[in-house]
Unconditional design. Structure first.
Length: 274
């Protein structure tokens, strides 16, 4: 919906955007259609949206014939969605605390959403960790967040979230979105991030439990300026670095997901006798 329609809708329902909820409503129909086109959804697809607001993206998604479930924390906005969009399933709740398995009830799903900036990174990573039914995401997030999640080893934006995402999926930035298409206008630019779940994790969980992998990555990036021999002191010893084929003088940002997996496989292993 355009700016005039959105402002009229807000006035009619007595709503104002909530800063606390990170509400920045999309007011550019071309951007909404662009997101739907990039998502590639249509009849028979199952789509979940987080932070539907008053339907700027929900409406175009539903118009494709896809089965749309929208999660909205703001009960006032949720009521607008129910009033304005027949046929869309509206769930009131906090996306960070939902019973996602019960909500999605199996099957194959896509997440397509303009995510609130304050939950974008943890939500994407939590859904990859715990909701395998979501096989693909196309999300609009803060530009720096998109760059960070899609970054590869050696990039200035590369960090622990990049590695944790790469464990489960491949990601790429597929578009930029200016601040001018939102009400209220945010102080930052946005980007469209595509995330496609891998058929299998990048690191075999039978060899390296996921919890151990995450713990080693967190330890390494907690002191990202240090050489890994220092950042992972007490976690991986000299023999472990050798077995993993990783230079202990390297720094966290230089290792790809496979190298982190090899290091995690060596974590806390005692030095060989002799």
């Amino acid at each position: 919906m355009g700016r005039r329609r959105l402002l009229g809708l807000l006035e009619r329902h007595g709503l104002t955007p909530s800063r606390a909820l990170g509400q920045n409503f999309l007011v550019d129909p071309n951007t909404a259609e662009r997101i739907v086109r990039l998502a590639g959804v249509g009849p028979g697809d199952r789509v979940v949206e987080v932070g539907g607001g008053v339907g700027s993206l929900t409406g175009p998604l539903a118009a494709t014939g896809a089965e749309v479930t929208v999660v909205e924390l703001d009960r006032r906005a949720a009521q607008v969605l129910r009033d304005e969009l027949a046929g869309v399933r509206v769930v009131e709740g906090d996306a960070m605390a939902l019973d996602w398995a019960g909500l999605l009830d199996g099957g194959r799903w896509q997440l397509v959403a303009n995510l609130p900036y304050n939950i974008a990174t943890p939500l994407v990573l939590d859904l990859l960790d715990g909701v395998p039914a979501i096989e693909r995401m196309l999300v609009m997030v803060q530009r720096e967040v998109a760059d960070r999640l899609a970054a590869g080893a050696g990039s200035p934006a590369y960090g622990a979230p990049s590695v944790k995402l790469a464990y489960w999926a491949e990601a790429r930035v597929v578009g930029r979105v200016p601040a001018t298409v939102f009400v209220p206008r945010p102080k930052v630019e946005s980007a469209l991030l595509e995330v496609v779940r891998r058929p299998d994790p990048a690191v075999d969980p039978a060899l390296v439990p996921h919890a151990r992998f995450v713990a080693v990555v967190n330890a390494g990036f907690a002191h990202r300026r240090k050489m890994l021999r220092g950042a992972l002191a007490g976690v991986v010893g000299p023999a472990g670095f050798a077995a993993a084929g990783v230079d202990p003088a390297a720094r966290a940002g230089e290792l790809d997901v496979a190298a982190w997996g090899r290091l995690a496989a060596q974590a806390h292993r005692p030095a060989p006798a002799g």
